[in-house]
Design a protein. Structure first.
Length: 290
């Protein structure tokens, strides 16, 4: 399949490229070639490539920054997504874009289903949900929204100065005592697993448009996850749980945002459990170091 991939330097984008390049014809321009913030450049890129699938992994997803730079957040997370969907429609391409667990308010205590009512608590979640609606509004027949959570991958999230796992490992180089929040329950997800699941999903002829939840199975708090990191690498760090009640400054994060994969699972697409994924990540990324 001919694929236009946006965000190839990111955690997820780089894994989709690495895992998909052997079987697909992937055109993955650098941001210097296609910056989706310049909405007028999107049509030219899509029309000159004429892919069968457009995959957008780009986002403005520094959550605190979205509160102050809300115009940029809405431009990238909503308007650019809408324009990509519109251009995909023009050539009949399948459009795949990514959303977040932060579309939910976290009031549930069991994993969110794909059709649960979203109610985002901050600008990031609002802008991503707006992007979901905008894409579906222009290309409902062939838009797939994949909601995921707590991503970590080999390339590290540049816009967040590294992913959660890498940051904890850096932390202990300077300080053996860490305070980590225990108030948010999530599904941390390894982008290698997520990228393989996406590649599996696009191979399914029976795939229908709409929202999918793709996360590593199981759930944990960031505190549990941090403890698991140090258990796996057998490093003796002191980790103290802290209850921040989902607050950072005035901004709220969902206290519970574990998600259930029901739709992709029905097609046979399931990701491994989070701890198994974390073990594989640490083995690959830190084997030589620890
Ligand atoms: N990270 C998480 O914890 C998390 C959780 C839930 C959902 N998600 C969603 O999952 C998706 C992938 O996240 P990720 O962690 O893989 O992101 P990432 O590592 O930060 O990568 C983002 C990619 O998008 C590119 N990009 C950013 N702005 C762009 C623009 N204006 N034009 C073109 N390219 C642009 C970046 O390019 P540069 O290298 O040039 O910056 C980078 O290649 C996003 O939609 C995100 O909202 C992420």
């Amino acid at each position: 399949m001919k694929i236009l991939l946006i965000g190839k330097t990111g955690q997820l984008g780089s894994d989709i490229l690495r895992n998909g390049i052997a079987v697909h014809d992937i055109f993955a321009p650098e941001r210097e070639i296609l910056d989706i913030g310049y909405l007028e450049s999107i049509e030219k890129a899509v029309m000159s490539c004429k892919p069968e699938i457009v995959i957008n992994t780009a986002a403005f997803h520094n959550v605190p920054l979205c509160e102050t730079e809300y115009a940029a957040a809405f431009k990238i997370n909503c308007m650019a997504v809408k324009e990509l969907a519109r251009c995909s429609k023009k050539i009949g391409a399948l459009f795949i874009t990514f959303s977040t667990d932060y579309v939910f308010d976290g009031k549930k205590r069991t994993p969110y289903f794909e059709d649960d009512e979203p109610a985002p608590l901050q600008i990031y979640g609002i802008s991503k949900l707006a992007g979901e609606y905008a894409a579906m509004s222009v290309w409902p027949d062939k838009t797939i929204i994949i909601r995921t959570c707590g991503l970590y991958g080999i390339s590290g999230a540049k816009s967040k100065s590294g992913n959660f796992v890498d940051k904890r490992l850096l932390d202990v180089e300077t300080n053996k005592y860490l305070e980590i929040s225990c108030d948010q329950t999530v599904c941390p997800t390894y982008t290698d697993d997520l990228s393989k699941a996406i590649l599996q999903l696009i191979g399914k002829e029976t795939i229908k448009p709409g929202v999918y939840h793709l996360v590593n199975e199981g759930e944990c708090t960031w505190y549990d996850f941090t403890k698991a990191i140090f258990e796996i690498i057998e490093f003796d760090a002191e980790v103290k749980p802290v209850d921040r009640k989902g607050l950072s400054d005035d901004m709220r994060r969902p206290l519970y945002s574990a998600m259930a994969n029901t739709k992709a699972k029905a097609l046979g697409v399931v990701l491994p459990y989070w701890r198994n994924a974390l073990e594989r990540y640490l083995n690959i990324k830190y084997l030589n170091r620890w």
